[in-house]
Design a protein around this ligand. Sequence first.
Ligand SMILES: C[S@@+](CC[C@H](N)C(=O)[O-])C[C@H]1O[C@@H](n2cnc3c(N)ncnc32)[C@H](O)[C@@H]1O
Length: 254
Amino acid sequence: MEDFVKVYDNSQQVNSYIKEKDLQKPEQTILNKYFEKIKNSVLLDVGIGTGRTTYHLSGIAKKYVGVDISQGMINGANENFRNQNLDFKVCDARNMSIFDDNTFDVVFFSFNGIDHIEIDERILFFNEVKRISKKDALLVFSTHNIQNIPKLMRLKWSSHPIIFYENFLKFLKLKFHNLKRDFSNKKVIKINDGVHNFGFVLTYINPTYQKELLENYGFKNVSCFGYPSGNELNSDELINTTDPWIYFSCIVNN
Ligand SMILES: C[S@@+](CC[C@H](N)C(=O)[O-])C[C@H]1O[C@@H](n2cnc3c(N)ncnc32)[C@H](O)[C@@H]1O
């Protein structure tokens, strides 16, 4: 079992996710933009955790299926929605052979779940999306922004001594956990960014490069949305944004 799955399986993580119910602003923007497509769709929600997005998507879609690689998270989702007869399964986004070809109108992989998949393996997910999607399906996912790293790694000043002390400790830990990593002039990097108590290493990507990859893989109408604003970003804004993560929506051209 991969290290990050052990972290998500842990009951403390499950309990912290169980409290989360709100959509992130870019998810809301995308939901508004594609409401007609999402309404009455057969929708696959990948990496659902305990079902934060389920609250918002399952009532709109005609058929909703939620999957996660972590059995602990799926148990949490089942607990959250125990009276609602929803379909939750343990499944790895890189191998979704439990689903037939041409099944889904919409696929979500929200809140940076894809960042647990190394860059060379992401193509497995994108190929699976193409296989299980109907023609012109909608794909939505988010990924961490490499352009946010200077902000993330900087020592944050506070005039409050305790807060400054905590910031200083976090700064040292970030340095320590990433001692051997070179973040300069890269399109893709792996980083331990401190989430879940420095529990795992994530993949961060240059958002313009991510957009190009999607277009090269044949996805159409690629749009980008910043977090936390939820605003759609044009190409110039994408080059300059230091938002911590970016949502992408695109149309599956299979
Ligand atoms: C940051 S959490 C987000 C959970 C949920 N989407 C939310 O927004 O609250 C990322 C989730 O992606 C799941 N995940 C990571 N890699 C996955 C994979 N290869 N296949 C399926 N789920 C995966 C993790 O188990 C975790 O539940």
